[in-house]
Design a protein around this ligand. Structure first.
Ligand code: FAD
Ligand code: SIN
Length: 513
């Protein structure tokens, strides 16, 4: 058993920045980060475009960024939250810079600002096309310098321990020696990221399995707006490698065209902003075009762009395409929409508090009200930075008594350690069927008939897994699958309940199919 003051589940931007701040403010307190892969593995690491922040107050303003966010969120953003997040941007950016993160500057020494869909101005601060990698590198380095932070890589959080609506900590699977133990904490932060693998076709890495949301759901934390899944319009399409590699929206901001196989710039038929319409509109338009033509992908044409500048801004994208035989100087890049981001999640207030006492959530697993029905590009790193700071501010003044251990907790854990281990062959087929089901029945365009079918199937799988759990000790694959099915159920339930199409949510009646 481990005891700690602050327990953080996840080592992306949300978890690490919170840890750093608490460790600096309270050098006498113990901070523990549990993370299920190598410490740097996270959605954060793969962020390309950058962080949307108003730094050029001559052409841009907070008001313009706020308006762009509200328009993109299609009437469902919480305006108070939008105002808070956007106006705090410059302060949070400065902290990243103080921690050693570097961002590209132009010849005049100002930030070189990129543009992405839905933004009326160039305002995306970036580090080439590897902004997330640079942020993760810088903050993880700082975390390792703090003596009061313990990072436990390859440790999987299984379930929250909650009594009388108080979170006391979490049950943890040590993935190295396969033992399960309890970690007790005064305060617990879920910073466990996204859900991409529920769909399979995703820009997210394999760690994104919605664990934090499923854990929070099991302890009755309030969860909202799971129907608002953001599909990124331009994941690289590759028959063998799949859709995991992202072609940043900043490439369209740089001037690339979206075309059909025949070379038609189809966005002209859907939105006057063309390739820089918001993601929901572009993904829905591509989906429509593909269903109409029967093709597998559309194309991003960069052949008219300045190659030298392109290579300087997007070196990773350029090299990756070249490595699979696509020379962007002459070839169009095949792209399709893929799951990218979850706008809803665990409901938190302005202090990052969930509906369970002593339990906080931050980053992609949380639902703050910033994104509404659709997230504006490059607003999520900013959201994580602002809310991890809000939780830090709140806890710096907290006066609650430290939590106490409930007796039965350790008994439950010991019992699990005595069961035989589950094998992965039992799970891999359900996982691929789940991903296929979510893509076909809960994808970009949904209908109630298919959603109901999916709900039935998902509930059956969950029952199967719960039955297995009483006879076997689970492993990472088992717990992830159970969590992905739970997240699938939430997406489907919330999609059935929503009657009005907004932002990234689009449902049609079966009759119009
Ligand atoms: P993550 O960075 O995903 O971290 C989650 C952590 O939790 C990981 O360390 C994971 O291992 C751990 N974890 C999860 N479950 C468990 C468990 N059960 N036990 C222990 N540990 C667990 N946003 C922008 O604003 N700008 C961009 O340019 C941008 N580009 C993107 C490009 C790509 C390809 C992707 C995938 C996302 C992009 N995003 C971008 C979104 C953004 O990167 C994420 O929303 C953000 O980084 C999420 O940060 P986080 O800290 O909440 O979660
Ligand atoms: C991208 O670079 O296209 C991703 C930006 C984001 O998801 O905010």
């Amino acid at each position: 058993m481990i005891q700690t003051h602050y327990l953080i589940i996840g080592s992306g931007v949300a978890g690490l920045t919170f840890a750093l701040k608490m460790a600096t403010r309270f050098p006498e307190k113990k901070i523990t980060i549990i993370t299920k892969a190598n410490a740097e593995e996270s959605n954060t690491k793969y962020a390309q475009g950058g962080i949307a922040i108003v730094t050029n107050k001559l052409d841009d303003s907070y008001e313009k960024h706020i308006q762009d966010t509200l328009i993109c969120g299609d009437g469902l953003c919480d305006e108070k939250v939008v105002h808070k997040v956007i106006t705090e941007g410059p302060k949070r950016l400065q902290e990243l810079i103080n921690w050693g993160a570097q961002f590209d500057k132009n010849g005049s020494g100002n930030f070189d600002l990129g543009k992405e869909g839905g933004h009326s101005q160039n305002r995306v601060v970036h580090h080439k096309d590897q902004t997330g990698f640079e942020i993760e590198r810088a903050i993880l380095k700082q975390v390792y310098l703090k003596e009061n932070i313990t990072v436990l890589p390859h440790h999987f959080a299984i379930d929250l321990i909650v009594e009388n609506n108080n979170c006391l900590g979490v049950q943890v699977l040590n993935q190295n020696d396969k033992t399960i133990f309890t970690c007790l904490a005064d305060y617990t932060l879920l910073a466990s990221g996204g859900i991409g693998n529920v769909y399979g076709h995703t820009t997210n890495p394999i760690i994104a399995t919605g664990d934090g949301i499923a854990m929070a759901y099991r302890v009755q934390a309030e969860i909202k707006e799971m129907e608002f899944i953001q599909f990124h319009p331009t994941a690289l399409f590759h028959n063998v490698l799949g859709t995991q590699f992202l072609i940043s929206e900043a490439v369209r901001g740089f001037g690339a065209y979206l075309k059909t196989k025949k070379g038609y710039r189809f966005m002209a038929d859907y939105d006057e902003r063309m390739e820089l319409a918001s993601r929901d509109i572009i993904s829905q338009s591509i989906d429509f075009e593909l269903k109409k033509s029967g093709e597998s992908c559309v194309y991003l044409d960069c052949t008219h762009l300045d190659l030298t500048k392109f290579k300087a801004h997007f070196p990773m994208i350029y090299e990756h395409c070249l490595s699979i035989g696509i020379d962007i100087a002459q070839d169009w890049i095949p792209v399709v929409p893929a799951q990218h981001y979850l706008c809803g999640g665990i409901i938190v207030d302005l202090n990052g508090k969930t509906s369970v006492n002593r339990l906080f959530a931050c980053g992609e697993c949380s639902r703050t009200g910033l994104h509404g029905a659709n997230r504006l590009a490059s607003n999520s790193l900013l959201e994580a930075l602002v809310f991890s700071n809000a939780i830090y501010d709140y806890l710096s003044d907290a006066t609650d008594e430290p939590s106490t251990l409930a007796k039965q907790t350790s008994e439950v854990v010991l019992q699990k350690n005595r069961l035989p281990l589950i094998t992965n062959s039992m799970l891999s087929q359900i996982k691929s069927e789940l991903q296929l089901l979510m893509r076909s029945n809960a994808g970009i365009v949904r209908n109630n008939h298919d959603l109901k079918k999916a709900k039935h199937q998902l509930n059956n799988w969950l029952e199967e897994l719960v039955a297995l759990e009483s006879n076997y000790q689970g492993n990472t694959a088992f717990y992830e699958l159970k969590n992905m099915i739970t997240v699938g159920i939430l997406i489907v339930q919330h999609s059935l309940l929503r009657e009005e199409n907004r932002g990234g949510f689009f449902k049609i009646s079966k009759a119009s199919l």
